[in-house]
Structures are given as structure tokens and as C-alpha cells.
Design a binder for this molecule. Structure first.
Ligand SMILES: [Zn+2]
Length: 1018
């Protein structure tokens, strides 16, 4: 999801007499070349102390703050000792951060000592402060860190000049163990060997114990600042000189000056020679050429792995080949033959792909063959020892908290929008659902889905089951009631507007606006058109049509259709698990509202809307509307679904020249989670419309993301180029070069969506690689994204050396996008373990998870008992009888064999890793199927830097347990012929040791970790 932020890109020049600053929003997630995920908070101080980042860390002041006009920056904050004013930031701001950078403009009016620019810390013994003119008898511009354990670190440079603006930046770089001070973009002082962890300065468990003051020390009364302040920022990443220089220079830019998009400096990760073959490639002597056919217009799907020949008796894996990735289909516009030359990282090998382009019809796209079981047909069981599995543990954390939630919190902003009184005890949610956040209501959508899934999954506990049933009913009744009020007279005989296309401007307003403040929000629901439901008035939808961009001003919007998608999906989920007709009626009413408005829009308007950054982000609206069509069989919903086509990505251009439909990679560099749901929508529309291009779009996208953009845990976003950790890398198959953003990797909601896309594709095509990916992402990303003892969960999961996961939203009271999808992931673990064919003749066993399946149509129960992944076998017992196929998954990692016993007797089978094995017979009550698939250690290298690799044991990613952040990748040396010779440990505990370092499953890793290692083979 994309976030809320206001950008000042343009300022009036020096010496201008005009005192008004000029605001411009470029609707970008990248501020001064630094991805938004690196930003903790930003206080522009142009009239208030609000945090303009997405994090809602608004500043507070005990007395009224004074804002004055300034020649350079427009309105700025003015602090004077006489007024005794300062700004306090919420103490949670620094909870759990690793490094810290502070940047801000200061206009000192006096060089008196003891003035504090800021003072941050947990107490007098442990804090971090800056004194621009010195302290006591120590003159100079100092930043100083004092720790409770006696550590003291300081930067020392000349007093900051008074009566002029200076840009100051202080960086605590923990991995580099340095403290750096910059003035006006230039490094003025550095201190090395800073042996510090931020936990020493800040209480990371109870954020409110931290005191974070701007303009005063929290220790002394005589420390008030006499200065003007502007654009104060907190970053969680250690900024380097180039980035700081850019912040400084961009602030002083003339209006309209182009801001060049430079690459985020990749936090100085080690660089390796491009001509040194690494890992198995050092033993590689040749790589096979390949021959591929395609049809005119469609790029060929080139194999990412090709057979290689190794010397020295090494049994290397298939070789990763990096092929050129054209941005159009010019090379295949005519029949004939052409050759594509690939490369192999670190070598000068040039494998060839000879491509034959034929004049022929594209091959037919598959039909829907499988169905998922209902959530209440599959239950998760404990393991062989009666212990909860990781799945049950994580599910229970969520179910427990969800059961305790107050639905009124999730209805708060809906009632607020409709001008209704809040019931007693109702508290608003925080983060992206606060009063003035334009995405409010998004958490409610996730919540509706989560309680529906929780209801369907808690057949094992009557009390919980009833709890969620009540919650669903209460939520739906309230939303239905509000929706019924839209476009209807407030009192009998009153005026109203029921036509969604005729919604007038708010009462007394000159125009539509996105003002959601208590004072500014319109609540005239009788004018909103029939069926309207949202946690804000209709203005954001209307403004989007009229060209509004994303941003924080009242004339700007966030992403109205993104929020709406969640709400509609949640309502339909409730309808499908409980048959609640009001849920469906509410979804239909809003579907009609959207249909009425959108069908009147010309194509150009639609293209403009969906290509407008963030403002036009619509989640899976196409999916939701196509699903509404499938449920209701009312064609107008399918019509609306198709109006959400992302033409550029799907078809290249309005003429449908190429795009994903023709296997062209049109999504490089784009925001990952903005686009994955659109692809799911394409697949959903394929089901309902049968247009084959929709299938190709989804299938081609899946192949490309999982091969060219995927990290070892299964996540797909984390770009340093473009400088936005939520984006796909700028060029496919360049993860090392462009994909280790300091701002993080693997936005968790993107993986949630990738898994959903994957299992949906599998319902059409039962390819082993699909569920291999599903298993990887499920165990190593989704299961790894939840805190040890609470339901707190990750946004990004950083994969740089010595990283640590940050978990948020333990109390379910403030949701980001990923906190929202976590509610969904953790309440439906059982949904992809088994699938059935539509005709109920075939059962697919996809995952080896202890569970019980009730196959209702066949009156058969399948019980799966296993300790997997703590053991490499599983036992399926069939209760009931009948003739059907059991298709069991032979994982791609099962290269040491796959053994099957039926009723204790070994079966002769030909099991191919990465496929499904069919066991066909007339099953009798009590029949057993025993599957054994020995685990082995294997490496998963980064495609463009083979020595940087993750270690797996079977399906499980093993992370090195680290004690501190690292500047370099952890180095390990492994036996070239058999890496297991270098690894000791206990497979049943999944705990191993290499060179004295402990490795554990990533899903059991809560401290610092190295997921990627720098591997040498010997
Ligand atoms: Zn997210």
C-alpha cells in the first residue's frame, strides 16, 4: 500500500520578497531520493506540529506554538525561551529502531550555551541531544550520547552560526559504530567506535517512557531554544553524506526545478567483482543452449534454469541464466527464428536461446478444474506429540485478540462519516484509521474478512464461534443501516439526492474536498446517492474522477477504491460463510453506486485515474466486482470490474500492443502491492468472462515475479532502485544490484497477495512449482512475520545482514496495510492444504500440515498426522471409502527421493520433484498413505550474485542467529561436494551449527538474523 505524505519539492528562492512557500506534491513515495519506509516522522512545522509521514506521530505542545512567516521557508515554527515552548514527540517513535538519523533546519537567534535543539532519551542517564552553541563551559556545536552504562560519545565542531538558516543532520549508524554530524550537507564531525545499541537510549518495550523533546532538554529548565525551526525529520536508516546533501539542496531548490531521481546509496553493502565466478559457477564449464517456440506477438518464456556441466566431480544444480528482458514485443512481430544471448553471473558463459516464432494461434488457456475446501471443512491439528504447531500458535494469537476486539472501534469512522453518535466505550483506531487519515476504514475491511474466517475456522470452540457470529452480525447490521441512510431523506419530506452521479458539494462548501477533520467533515448522507457506504463521504471518489492527486491537502486524496475493495471483499466474505443477506445487499448497493458513477466516465478519464500514482490505487476492485457478479449473476458488476483494467500493465497501451498478455515485463520498478491485487483481479475476471488474455496476464506475471523478483523467503519487493523498498526492482533479475534497500524488503501484504494469486492459479493448472512457491512463502515469510508471544506482526521483513524483524499492532488498535492482511493470513492457514477437483474425483494434498479434512461431498474424512517439518514424513488415514485419486505433492526440494507406502506396503512410484504423484484406487475405510521425502540442505543464491545465498533444509529457510547488526554478510565455508558435511545439528529440532554459529528456522527467529550468507565452497 502506498502512504500518506506531503512533499515540499519547491521553495521560493533566496531573497524573495514573497513570503508564502509553494507546495507541490509529486505523489511519490520517495522523498529526496529516500524511500518512505526509512522515514519515522516528519514535522514540516508550517502551522502545526503534525507528523506528515504515514505514522501519525503528531507532536504536542503544552502551550500554544507560535508560527511566523519566514522569507526562505514560508511559515515556520518560532521558539523562544520567554514563551517556554517546545514540541514533544510520542515516545513510541523510537521503539525498536536500529539506527537513527535526524535532519532539520534551524535558524538560531542566539549563541547562548545550553540551548537544546532536541533531547531524546529514557532518563537523565541515557539520552541523546544536540546543543548548537555548546553546553556549560564547552562551546561548540555538539551532538552527544550518554548511556546508562557509562558510555559517552560526542561530535565536536564550531558553534552553529546564528541569524541564518542552517541544515543540521545527526546520524547514529549502529552497524558502522559511528556518530556523524553534518551542517549544510557537509560532514563536520565524526566519532568512531561508538559501541551502542539504541535500546540503551530508548525504552523499546514501553515507548511512553521515552521523552522526545524538540527545542528543550527534558532535564533542565534553562535549556529552551531561541530559534526558528523548519522541516524536522526522523529516519530509521543511517543516512549517508549523499542523501543528506540531497535533502539540503532540494530544500533550497527553485520552484519547478527537476528533482533528479538518484539511486538510494545501498548502505554500502559489499561489492563483488562481476567477473569472479562464485559458488557452483566456479566449477561450471558449460551451459546448454535451449530451443524455444513462441507465436507471433508473444515473447517466449525462457527457462530461468538450464542444465550445466561442472568439473571436479561437482554435482552442481541447474544453472541460473539471466536473459535480456525487452520492454516490448518487437523481436517477435514476424515469423522466423532469432537468437537470444543470456548470461551467467560471474562468468563469461553466454548460453543461447534459439527462438522460433510461428504464425499460429496462442495455446489455449486452461479451465478451472479445482476448488478449495470451505474453511470449516479443514481443521488444523496438533503434532504427533500433542504440541501446537506453529500454524496453531500463530492462529491462536490472532483469534484470541480478535475475539477481544470491540467492533465499535472498527465502525467508529463510519459512524463519524454519517454524523452518528458513538456508542459508549467506542474508541477510534490509530495509524491509518484516524480522524483525518484519508484511508480510514481500510482496517475495517480486513476486519470483516478476518472475523468471517475466524468464524468459519473456530468450529472447535463453541464460545469463540458464537463470539465471531455476533461480531459479524453487529458489524453488518450497522454498516447496512448506514448504507440505507445514504441518499434518503434525513426526516420525512426532507430533501435528498439518491442519484450517485448527482452528489452535490458539501453544505456550505465551494468544492468537493477531503477534509475529514471534526470541524470540516461533511455528514449530509442524504445527498450521497443511494447505497453509498464508506468511512468517509463520497468526495474522494468524485475528486479522483476530476483529477485529484494524492497528498495531504484538502484538495487531494489518498486511495478511495483501495479502501472500498477491502470493505466489499469483507462483506462478501461474511455473506459466503454465513449467508448474511444484509452483507450482500450492502455490497450490492455500493457496487451499484460505483457502477452508476463509473459507467458515465469516458475512457480517457479511467486511464488517467488508474495511472495516477496512489490516488488511483484500487487494490483488487476488479476482483471484488467480478466476484459480486459471480455471486449475483448481475452483469453490470462484471462491466464495472472491467473498467478497472490496468491497460498499460496488462496490454502495454490502448491498442493492446503487448504488455503482460504478450509476456512483456511491464511492471519492473512499480509498487509491488499496488499491482499484485490487480493481477488477481485479472484471474478472477478470466473465471467470469473467459477472455484468455486475463489468464495469460496472471500466469506471465506469476512466472516473472517468482523467478526474477523473489527473495529467498518468498517476498517480492525491496528495491533500492527505484529508491522505494515497496517497489519491484527497476530491472528484472538484479536483486543484488537493485534489491537490498536499507528501508527493508518483503512488504508482508505483498506476500499475502502473492500466495492468494498462486493458489488461485493452481486451481487452473496443477503445476508443482506453484505450490512449491506457496510452501516457501507460507513457512518462511507469512509464518515468520508474527511476534513470538503476541499477534504483533511485520510490515517489511528486512534481509540485510544482522537485521531484526519489527512487529507492530499487538493490540489490534492501529493498522497499516500489512497489519490488515495479517488478520487474514493468520485466520486461514488451513485453506490451501487440500484442494478437490470440481467433479470430486480427485483430492490434492498440497501441504504437509497436521490436519483433518472433511470431504463433505464424498462423505470421506482424511486425517493427516505428522511432525513436519520437524520430520520428513507424513501419514494420511482415509476414513470412509470410495474410488478417487489422491494427488500428493512431490516438492521440488525432495531430490533424495519420495517414498510411498500404502497400508504399510512400499509402492513402486516414479516421483518427480516439483510435480504431483497420483495414487489411484478404490479406497477403503482405514486405508493409510505414508509419504517420506528426506530433507537435504540446499542453497538458494541471489541470481546476480551467486555467493550471496540462503540455506534451506527441505522447505525450511535456516537463518543465522546474530547478536548484532552487521555491515557485511555473514561468511560461511561449505564443502563443495556435499554441503551437509559442514553442517552439524539436530534435524528434529531444526537447529544447526556452522562454524559455531547457530542456525534456526526463520519462522522461529525473533532476534537478529542473517537470512543471506556469503558462501564459499571448498
Ligand atoms: Zn503492506
Amino acid at each position: 500500500m502506498k502512504l500518506h505524505k506531503l512533499f515540499i519539492c519547491a521553495m521560493l528562492g533566496f531573497g524573495s520578497l514573497n513570503t508564502a512557500s509553494v507546495w507541490a506534491q509529486d505523489g511519490d513515495q520517495i522523498l529526496d531520493g529516500i524511500g518512505e519506509t526509512g522515514l519515522i516522522a516528519r514535522y514540516v512545522f508550517d502551522g502545526d506540529a503534525k507528523d506528515w509521514s504515514r505514522n501519525n506521530l503528531h507532536g504536542k505542545s503544552e502551550s500554544k506554538l507560535n508560527f511566523i512567516n519566514d522569507d526562505l521557508f514560508g511559515k515556520v515554527l518560532s521558539l523562544t525561551p520567554d514563551n517556554k515552548t517546545f514540541v514533544a514527540i510520542p515516545g513510541e517513535a523510537f521503539a525498536g529502531e536500529e539506527s537513527l538519523s535526524i535532519s532539520g533546519w534551524i535558524y538560531l537567534r542566539s549563541v547562548q550555551r545550553n540551548q537544546h535543539f532536541f533531547d531524546f532519551g529514557k532518563n537523565a542517564k541515557s539520552h541523546f541531544f544536540v546543543v548548537p552553541a555548546g553546553i556549560n563551559n564547552d562551546a561548540g556545536f555538539h551532538s552527544e550520547i550518554i548511556t546508562g552504562s557509562g558510555g559517552k560519545y560526542k561530535t565536536d565542531s564550531p558553534i552553529l552560526e546564528a541569524n541564518k538558516w542552517n541544515h543540521v543532520a545527526i546520524v547514529i549508524d549502529i552497524p558502522s559504530q559511528s556518530l556523524n554530524a553534518y551542517v549544510n550537507g557537509v560532514l563536520v564531525s565524526t566519532t568512531k567506535n561508538v559501541n551502542l545499541k539504541l535500546e540503551q537510549l530508548f525504552d523499546s518495550n514501553a515507548g511512553k517512557n521515552n521523552m522526545l523533546y524538540i527545542g528543550k532538554s527534558f532535564l533542565s529548565e534553562g535549556s529552551y531554544l531561541n530559534a526558528k525551526l523548519h522541516d524536522f525529520r526522523l529516519y530509521r536508516v543511517p543516512l549517508n553524506e549523499k542523501q543528506i546533501g540531497k535533502i539540503y539542496h532540494n530544500s533550497l531548490k527553485e520552484e519547478g526545478e527537476e528533482e533528479e531521481e538518484t539511486e538510494e546509496a545501498v548502505g554500502d553493502l559489499p561489492k563483488f567483482s562481476k567477473t569472479t565466478p562464485q559458488l557452483y559457477n566456479q566449477y561450471l564449464t558449460s551451459v546448454s543452449d535451449v530451443k524455444i517456440e513462441t507465436v507471433v506477438g508473444s515473447l517466449p518464456r525462457l527457462p530461468r534454469y538450464v542444465k550445466g556441466v561442472y568439473r571436479n566431480g561437482i554435482e552442481g544444480p541447474e544453472v541460473r541464466v539471466i536473459w535480456p528482458a525487452p520492454t516490448d514485443n518487437n523481436s517477435v512481430l514476424n515469423a522466423g527464428q532469432y537468437t537470444v544471448i543470456g548470461s551467467v553471473a560471474g562468468t563469461d558463459l553466454k548460453p543461447k536461446a534459439v527462438v522460433t516464432v510461428k504464425v499460429a494461434k496462442e495455446s489455449a488457456t486452461p479451465e478451472l478444474k479445482l476448488k478449495a475446501f470451505h474453511l470449516d471443512e479443514v481443521s488444523l491439528d496438533s503434532d504427533l506429540h500433542g504440541h501446537n504447531t506453529k500454524f496453531i500458535e500463530n492462529r491462536n494469537k490472532f483469534i484470541k485478540n480478535l475475539a477481544k476486539t470491540n467492533p465499535d472501534s472498527f465502525l467508529y469512522m463510519f459512524r463519524n462519516a454519517f454524523g452518528q453518535k458513538q456508542p459508549e466505550g467506542a474508541d477510534a483506531l490509530g495509524v491509518w484509521d484516524t480522524q483525518d487519515t484519508k484511508l480510514r476504514g481500510h482496517a475495517t475491511g480486513h476486519y470483516l474478512t478476518a472475523i468471517a474466517q475466524a468464524y468459519a475456522s473456530t468450529g472447535y470452540d463453541k464460545e469463540l464461534h458464537a463470539n465471531f457470529a455476533n461480531k459479524m452480525e453487529y458489524m453488518v447490521n450497522t454498516l447496512y443501516q448506514l448504507a440505507q441512510m445514504s441518499g434518503q431523506p434525513q426526516t420525512a419530506g426532507g430533501t435528498y439526492v439518491s442519484d450517485p452521479t448527482a452528489v452535490p458539494k458539501g453544505p456550505g462548501k465551494a468544492d468537493y474536498d477531503s477534509d475529514l477533520s471534526n470541524e470540516g467533515i461533511r455528514t449530509d448522507y442524504w445527498n450521497w446517492g443511494k447505497g453509498f457506504i464508506s468511512a468517509y463521504p463520497p468526495d474522494q471518489f468524485i475528486m479522483l474522477e476530476k483529477g485529484a492527486t494524492y497528498g495531504g491537502q484538502k484538495i487531494q486524496i489518498w486511495a478511495p477504491y483501495y479502501t472500498l475493495h477491502k470493505i466489499l471483499a469483507g462483506l462478501m466474505d461474511i455473506y459466503e460463510v454465513s449467508g448474511n443477506k444484509k452483507a450482500l445487499e450492502t455490497a450490492k448497493g455500493m457496487g451499484d453506486w460505483v457502477h452508476a458513477r463509473m459507467k458515465q466516465l469516458p475512457n480517457e478519464t479511467l486511464i488517467s485515474m488508474w495511472n495516477r500514482y496512489i490516488a488511483g490505487e484500487f487494490g483488487g476492485m476488479n476482483e471484488a466486482m467480478a466476484r459480486l457478479y459471480r455471486i449475483t449473476n448481475e452483469h453490470r458488476y462484471l462491466e464495472v470490474a472491467q473498467l478497472f483494467d490496468n491497460i498499460k500493465v496488462f496490454y502495454g497501451d490502448a491498442k493492446h500492443s503487448h504488455g503482460l498478455a504478450k509476456n512483456v515485463d511491464t511492471f519492473r520498478g512499480l509498487h509491488a502491492n499496488q499491482h499484485i491485487p490487480q493481477i488477481m483481479g485479472a484471474l478472477e475476471m478470466y473465471q467470469d468472462s473467459n477472455a484468455p488474455d486475463y489468464y495469460r496476464i496472471a500466469d506471465n506475471f506469476w512466472y516473472k515475479t517468482t523467478n526474477d523478483y523473489m527473495y529467498s523467503i518468498g517476498g517480492v519487493a525491496g528495491a533500492s532502485n527505484p529508491a522505494n523498498a515497496e517497489c519491484f526492482i527497476s530491472q528484472p533479475a538484479t536483486i543484488y544490484e537493485n534489491g537490498f534497500s536499507a528501508g527493508g524488503q518483503n512488504e508482508t501484504c505483498a506476500t499475502y497477495n502473492m500466495l492468494k494469486l498462486t493458489s488461485n492459479l493452481f486451481l487452473y493448472e496443477q503445476r508443482g512449482e506453484l505450490m512449491d512457491y506457496y510452501e516457501r512463502g507460507l513457512y518462511n515469510d507469512i509464518l515468520a512475520s508474527v511476534a513470538e508471544n503476541t499477534a504483533a506482526n511485520t510490515y517489511h521483513i528486512p534481509l540485510r545482514p544482522g537485521s531484526i524483524k519489527q512487529f507492530g499492532n499487538a493490540k489490534m488498535n492501529g493498522f497499516t496495510c500489512c497489519n490488515g492482511t495479517a488478520l487474514e493470513s493468520n485466520t486461514k492457514f488451513q485453506n490451501s492444504i487440500y484442494f478437490k477437483s470440481i467433479d470430486n474425483q480427485v483430492l490434492y494434498v498440497n501441504l504437509y500440515v497436521p490436519s483433518t479434512l472433511k470431504w463433505t461431498e464424498r462423505n470421506v474424512t482424511i486425517v493427516q498426522k505428522t511432525d513436519f517439518p520437524n520430520e520428513d514424513h507424513t501419514l494420511l488415514t482415509i476414513k470412509g471409502e470410495g474410488k478417487f485419486d489422491v494427488n500428493v505433492r512431490v516438492p521440488n526440494w525432495a531430490t533424495k527421493g519420495f517414498f510411498v507406502k500404502i497400508n504399510g506396503k512400499e509402492e513402486k512410484v516414479k516421483a518427480v520433484p516439483g510435480s504431483y504423484l497420483t495414487l489411484s484406487r478404490k479406497w477403503k475405510d482405514g486405508d493409510t498413505i505414508e509419504l517420506r521425502m528426506p530433507f537435504q540442505f540446499h542453497l538458494d543464491p541471489v541470481m546476480d550474485q551467486q555467493n550471496i545465498a540462503s540455506l534451506f533444509y527441505g522447505p525450511i529457510l535456516l537463518a543465522a542467529q546474530e547478536s548484532e547488526p552487521l555491515k557485511e554478510w555473514r561468511k560461511v565455508t561449505l564443502d563443495a561436494k556435499d554441503i551437509s558435511k559442514s553442517i552439524n545439528g539436530d534435524p528434529e529440532k531444526l537447529q544447526f551449527v556452522i562454524d559455531g554459529v547457530i542456525f534456526k528456522p526463520f519462522y522461529n527467529t525473533y532476534g537478529r538474523h542473517s537470512v543471506y550468507l556469503d558462501v564459499t565452497l571448498k
